[in-house]
Design a protein around this ligand. Sequence first.
Ligand code: MCN
Ligand code: CUM
Length: 796
Amino acid sequence: MTTQALDEIKIGGLGASRKRVEDDRFIRGKGNYTDDVVLPGMLHMEILRSPLPHARIKSIDASKAWEIPGVHLVLTGEMMATRNLAWMPTLSYDTQAVLATDKVRFQGQEVACVIADDPYIAKDACEAIEVDYEPLPPIVNPWQALASDAPVIRDDKVSQADNVVYNWEVGDKAGTDRAFAQADVISKLELHYPRSHPSPIECCGSVADFNRATSKLTVYMTTQAPHIIRAAVAMVAELPEQMIRIISPDIGGGFGNKVPIYPGYVCSILASILLERPVKWIEDKTGNLISTGFARDIYLKGEMALRRDGKILGVRMHTDADHGAFFSDAQPSKFKIGLMHSAFAAYDVPVAHLTARGLYTNKAPGGVAYRCSFRVTEAMFFQERMVQAAADDLGMDQAEFRRMNFVKDDDFPHRTPFGFLTDSGQYAKCLDVGLAAIGYENFRKEQAEARERGRLLGLGISTMTEPLGAGNSREYDILGIKMFDSADLKVHMTGKAILRTGARGQGQGHETTWAQIVAHELGIPADDVTVEEGDTDTAPFGMGTYASRSTPVAGAAVAMVSRKIRAKARKLAAHLLEVSEEDIEWELGRFYVRSSPGRGVTIQECAMAAYSNMPDGMEPGLENTAYYDPPNLTWPFAVYIVTVEVDPETGVWDVLRMVAVDDCGVRINPMIVEGQIMGGLTEAYAMSSMQFITFDADGNCVGSNYMDYLLPSAWETPGYELHSEVVTPCPHHPIGAKGIGECAAVGGPAAFVNAVIDALTGTGVRNIDMPVLPDRVWEAITYRRDVSGAPPVRQD
Ligand code: MCN
Ligand code: CUM
């Protein structure tokens, strides 16, 4: 019997809603962001961007810029080309122009850079650069890209004769055809998931510092994946990898925007090497909105084969993705359209087939993930919109149709129709909790009564299960680099510790939660564990933070490295207690002698012994590193239910209630998990209701500022009712946790749209594309027709 174990919640262990330690500096304005980095002799870089979406460059004359006092360097594509740096590889095996040489291919593309004493001189000098453009017809959507007379956007690539980036397929075509031949009902839906932009509050930026004396290149940059950047810089700039240090300081939001490699990083690095001085580049808001990190912009043709009683027999999906001018998605190498084929993973669908086509257009590179594990947001949106349409076509209840087709609790691991293996879940239970919370039956009654009085109420259900935690390394790599992650733990002699991981949080709270895992495994109070991420000279190699992979992979590594430490501490305990290891038991924070539980030593005493009293032959110190290669992805599940009221006169819709039931397995820090869910739901609400960034028929970016691209404030954001009663521990994660960071942004949008469409029952309207702006709803109600959000095509 033991009585001395620590109270895990008190020491900030697993399940403690510990306050975020990083917020102490964030909310006091003491964060250290890239723009806070000031180095002696530092110069400033600004980028000249193309005003045109598609044009041949006839000449660039930078002579006037060079003459401006305070200008140190003007970089053009021609100069980059002499160093073989005019183009760079993307994370999806394409190439992207660093600075344009032959043509510009989207509005906002990087054409030249000026490095000067201050950013204002650099900006003025950019304007003094004369570029002679010969305009070419712009292509702003896939259909124009596919036209037989369309100009070839990527004529820089010898093998590229058209604007098709790829054709890709997955699933069982013949089997799916057979399922459709046997269907009683075939339900069809066409959708557009519009472009959206992560728009973190902090834009991208870098401070490159090449030191000629040591030949060391240090780059402070806003990257979610510092080690990948180090590898890329080593390969592209042909610098020795050990001489490159990437430091990702505090990040003011990433949301996927800070995964890719941007021309600004490359130019600031080259400028620093050429000038032998630190060079800072900080992107402005418009630069960020028009040129970096666009997501989505994808069209779906979906079909479901259904049996009369509601059973789904098969699913067909075709997607056309608008990738813009360069295919720069960050995604596992094997998959051209990310994890789009995670669609229908939660439903017991016997057979499915997906074809995906990617197109080049004269738009900024798109398809970068925005709070979604590689296109999962699109997959779940299409899935849940198709499910709603199918239930409506069958005249079935929305909840009942889902429940009937869900994968059952005892059917795990479950092989999805596209070949994933989902790990665990309690889908029907989550749905039941959500329905009870929203008062489903009552609402349906209220809705019917309201309708008789001309009021339009709607209820939308959305569910999602998301493959989070790439890799395993067998199936997942980026540019050939296998996907796993790491943690390094050093326990000092006084029992305090420092933990480093290969992840790099951008606001998710890693400094708080990783320490909680250590506390859970070792009994060292979380407050005694400092967490550090983002410096490639000190952190173990890892793939970074995106795709909600940190908890599933780096978090698992934290548990594993703690266990390695515990194994060594056990030997130290045996030595201190003068018994054999087999006679020792562990309780939180303490080893004791099995036959005499009162005799024990704390983990802190073991730590001291590791430096002062180790047994003969034992290596001193108490530190270790773990690399974790997960056996599978983690599959959280969620049900989101929204009720709305639509004003039939104006099309304005208001959210009445939103209920969220998230099952992300064991929650390390329930408060942080809830924060992640609320943040994701707010982004979901924004995407579905107001966020609009597109390109007009002439290729001009519309929405490149916060007057047009709306971020919801606390004022318009609805209240959320969060439920945490369903917990399905991940069967293969060391502490049973699944990812959560993106779930609500992934599953949320369909709940809002489904609610508005439900409110329009009886009008025949099946779809309004996002953002579901009031004028679109008004048009749908007034003309009783679907409203497409596809970008305009020139009529003249
Ligand atoms: N967590 C937990 N229990 C779990 C799962 C997670 O306590 N069962 C905690 C984690 O310890 C971590 C946070 O929740 O502190 C998110 O963990 P996880 O789901 O592993 O996601 P990541 O840390 O990998 O974060 C990435 C994810 C992504 S891909 C985007 S995009 C996004 C998101 O996180 N960007 C964000 N949330 C964001 N939140 C903020 N504030 N800023 C961003 O840029
Ligand atoms: Cu998918 S956006 Mo996040 O993966 O950084």
